[in-house]
Design a binder for this molecule. Structure first.
Ligand SMILES: *[C@@H]1O[C@H](CO)[C@@H](O)[C@H](O)[C@H]1NC(C)=O
Ligand SMILES: *[C@@H]1O[C@H](CO)[C@@H](O)[C@H](O)[C@H]1NC(C)=O
Ligand SMILES: *[C@@H]1O[C@H](CO)[C@@H](O)[C@H](O)[C@H]1NC(C)=O
Ligand SMILES: *[C@@H]1O[C@H](CO)[C@@H](O)[C@H](O)[C@H]1NC(C)=O
Ligand SMILES: *[C@@H]1O[C@H](CO)[C@@H](O)[C@H](O)[C@H]1NC(C)=O
Ligand SMILES: *[C@@H]1O[C@H](CO)[C@@H](O)[C@H](O)[C@H]1NC(C)=O
Ligand SMILES: *[C@@H]1O[C@H](CO)[C@@H](O)[C@H](O)[C@H]1NC(C)=O
Ligand SMILES: *[C@@H]1O[C@H](CO)[C@@H](O)[C@H](O)[C@H]1NC(C)=O
Ligand SMILES: *[C@@H]1O[C@H](CO)[C@@H](O)[C@H](O)[C@H]1NC(C)=O
Ligand SMILES: *[C@@H]1O[C@H](CO)[C@@H](O)[C@H](O)[C@H]1NC(C)=O
Ligand SMILES: *[C@@H]1O[C@H](CO)[C@@H](O)[C@H](O)[C@H]1NC(C)=O
Ligand SMILES: *[C@@H]1O[C@H](CO)[C@@H](O)[C@H](O)[C@H]1NC(C)=O
Length: 604
């Protein structure tokens, strides 16, 4: 007799459940066991026991589980055609709450579909009796009580998924008995301890995920030779330590490698050249600093054979050295490249311009120096370019204006000089532009202000810009944060600034602005921070300022304002504003220790 392999479903994530769904249908149609017409009393009682332990059934799916019908006709149940044994329990995402009956172990031909429910309690150890079970999928429930070592008895197991249950405890080494196992998902399960050696003996494993637990210990040096069939290896977000074993170079079928957020250390020596099918590599947030010998970056050379690579995440890896020219030989499919927050120095190779598939390039928080290569203009698909906190010098290349899909450009905290290229006005999708803290000079190009897409940030602070604010600033109607502080900007504050009605932060401090605060600014009632300190502004403090309810901080210090300081609104809280260094002010909160206002002065 050809017995069907049983499957249990108490879970779901869309991908996994899709795979499992297909499998379930297969098993259902292959059921060939014969039994009496009435079906099996054991199954009937097991189902009633299951129902009795469900405490909440918001969609009333279990109402039909009553004497009026044969259990094979109950909602969510399918039976084998001839033998009338329960083969499928399809209760996917029904909001069920309660715990699992131990009698589930009696449903010898079962596949349970209870995905995305709220089942709690522990996995009954009786489940270990389901010796024909091929798939156990109990993801996204609220099961606790650890992973029972008894499950190791289900040696027929091929697919096991328990992602997203707060089990706790450690991984039992008896799971190493699952010699047929191909898929193993045990992420986000609150697991502690090390990964038992026996797991690395499961040589048929294709998919292996233990992401988001608290696992410690190191990986066996032979991992790649023990698990030659691995396609998906995901151990991110644990506390695994030691070296990332070079034997991973031998997992030639690997397509997905995610080891980010662990404590891996030592020089990265994986040879990626045999991993021809890999499309995703994320090793971020580890410490791959070598011992000061040659260069931590040679592994980049071996990536050129990975012709389908789409994602390369190497941020916060403590990598030290020069980015090799071979970076340009990476796949033209590469969409995401991050090397942020390492210790890379030397120049950025112009070969970077060969990575024409890139949409995100993040190199910030390193020590790159020299010019930004003009080949950057070839990266026509770029949306995010982040080079801040390096030591780039020379001009911002005009060709940046060719990057018409750019949404974010962060070049701040470098040593860039020359003018701000007016070609940036071609970047019609830009919503963040940060050029702060450089050595840029010249005027603010009006083209820059004619980008209605600029909604989040325009920061040109701490440069040597001069001239006045172009009246085109009025086009930035959706802009939230504008910072022009610490430049040599002069003239009056243009009244058209009053049309930037979405501003929440406006900083014009440390410039040479003079004249009065224009009354048009009264429309900026959404401001939370207004800093116009350290200019040469004059006139009275406008009345509208004390009426802005969102205003959290107002800095008027070191100007030449005169007249009375109000005592209401933002002016009622001494820590929310500053009027220091304005010798002609009077009144205000007593703590300001300003002279009393004379009536005659107030009227002036
Ligand atoms: C019902 O199934 C159980 C467990 O598989 C078995 O022990 C029992 O003999 C079956 N009963 C009938 C009537 O088939
Ligand atoms: C039995 O199930 C049917 C179908 O859902 C339902 O109409 C009927 O009310 C149920 N009977 C009882 C006694 O719950
Ligand atoms: C699980 O329960 C929580 C509240 O305890 C609820 O918000 C959530 O929708 C439930 N999930 C399902 C799939 O029913
Ligand atoms: C099932 O596994 C447990 C723990 O691994 C073991 O003690 C027990 O003998 C096994 N039961 C059967 C029926 O094999
Ligand atoms: C791994 O498998 C080998 C060969 O089957 C066996 O000798 C060894 O004891 C197993 N190791 C573990 C940790 O299960
Ligand atoms: C990779 O496999 C080959 C052939 O089995 C073996 O000689 C080599 O030592 C392995 N490499 C690593 C780093 O384990
Ligand atoms: C892993 O690194 C974190 C942060 O550096 C540290 O707090 C933790 O103690 C380390 N854990 C282990 C197991 O080494
Ligand atoms: C890498 O690619 C080159 C050129 O396609 C090929 O000659 C070489 O054998 C590949 N290396 C490996 C280890 O597959
Ligand atoms: C980088 O690695 C060096 C050498 O191992 C170490 O001294 C330093 O603390 C590491 N830095 C970070 C940020 O982990
Ligand atoms: C690497 O790219 C350069 C151009 O940047 C090219 O000349 C060279 O042939 C490439 N090497 C390989 C092995 O593809
Ligand atoms: C790229 O930018 C340069 C300088 O701004 C310009 O001359 C050239 O026409 C642009 N090329 C394309 C394809 O847009
Ligand atoms: C401030 O403005 C006054 C007149 O408006 C001018 O005399 C003075 O030089 C200015 N001070 C600075 C530092 O620009």
């Amino acid at each position: 007799m050809n017995l069907p392999q049983a499957i249990i479903y108490l879970s779901s994530s869309s991908l996994i459940s899709f795979l499992f769904y297909c499998l379930g249908i297969l098993c259902l149609t292959s059921a060939t066991v014969s039994a009496s017409y009435g079906g099996n009393e054991t199954d009937y009682l097991a189902l009633l026991s299951f129902k009795s332990m469900i405490t909440h059934d918001p969609y009333k799916v279990l109402t039909s589980w009553n004497h009026s019908f044969h259990f094979c006709d109950w909602s969510g149940i399918s039976c084998g055609k001839r033998h009338k044994r329960v083969t499928v329990l399809r209760l996917y995402s029904k909001g069920l709450e309660g715990s699992l009956s131990p009698h589930i172990g009696d449903l010898s031909f079962l596949q349970l579909w209870l995905a995305q429910n709220n089942l709690s309690g522990s996995i009954p150890k009786e489940m270990g009796l389901l010796s024909k079970l091929g798939t156990l999928a109990i993801h996204y429930n609220k099961l606790t009580g650890g992973i029972s070592p008894f499950l190791g008895n289900i040696t027929s197991m091929e697919r096991f998924s328990a992602v997203g249950n707060p089990f706790g405890g450690s991984i039992p080494d008896t799971l190493g008995l699952w010699k047929s196992l191909k898929e193993f998902y045990l992420g986000e399960c609150n697991l502690y301890g090390s990964i038992p050696d026996s797991i690395f003996n499961l040589s048929l494993l294709v998919t292996f995920s233990l992401a988001g637990n608290h696992l410690t210990g190191s990986l066996p040096s032979e991992i790649g030779n023990q698990l030659p069939n691995l396609e998906f290896l995901q151990l991110r977000d644990n506390e695994l330590a030691g070296v990332l074993p070079p034997a991973i170079s031998n997992c030639s079928k690997l397509r997905f490698l995610e080891m980010s957020q662990n404590n891996f250390s030592g020089k990265l020596t994986i040879d990626f050249s045999k991993l021809r099918d890999i499309y995703y590599i994320n090793l971020a947030k580890n410490n791959f600093h070598g011992r000061g010998e040659a260069d931590d970056m040679r592994f980049i050379d071996s990536l050129k054979n990975c012709t389908g690579l789409v994602y390369l995440g190497l941020s916060n890896c403590n990598l030290t050295g020069v980015l090799p020219i071979s970076i340009g030989n990476l796949s033209d499919q590469l969409r995401f490249l991050s090397l942020l927050e390492n210790q890379l120095f030397g120049s950025l190779p112009s070969s970077i311009g060969s990575l024409v598939g890139l949409s995100t390039l993040r190199l910030e928080l390193n020590q790159f120096k020299g010019k930004i290569p003009t080949t950057i203009g070839n990266l026509q698909k770029l949306q995010v370019l982040s080079l801040f906190s390096n030591q780039f010098s020379g001009p911002i290349p005009d060709v940046i204006g060719n990057l018409s899909l750019l949404t974010q450009l962060n070049l701040d905290s470098n040593k860039l000089e020359g003018h701000i290229p007016s070609s940036l006005g071609n970047c019609k999708e830009l919503n963040v532009l940060n050029l702060a803290d450089n050595r840029l000079s010249g005027k603010i190009p009006s083209q820059l202000l004619q980008l209605p897409s600029l909604t989040i940030l325009l920061n040109l602070s701490r440069n040597n810009l001069f001239g006045s604010i172009p009246s085109e600033i009025k086009d930035l109607k959706m802009l939230s944060e504008l910072d022009l502080s610490y430049n040599n900007l002069s003239g009056t504050i243009t009244s058209s600034l009053g049309e930037c009605i979405s501003l929440t932060v406006l900083n014009l401090s440390g410039n040479l602005f003079q004249g009065i605060i224009p009354s048009s600014l009264s429309s900026l009632g959404g401001l939370q921070v207004l800093d116009i300190s350290q200019n040469n502004l004059t006139g009275k403090i406008p009345q509208f300022l004390d009426k802005w309810v969102s205003l959290e901080f107002l800095n008027l210090s070191f100007n030449d304002f005169e007249g009375e300081v109000p005592v209401v609104g933002v002016f009622s809280n001494a820590s929310a504003f500053s009027v220091l260094g304005n010798d002609r002010l009077c009144g205000g909160l007593v703590t300001l220790e300003l002279p009393k206002c004379k009536d005659v002065l107030q009227k002036l």
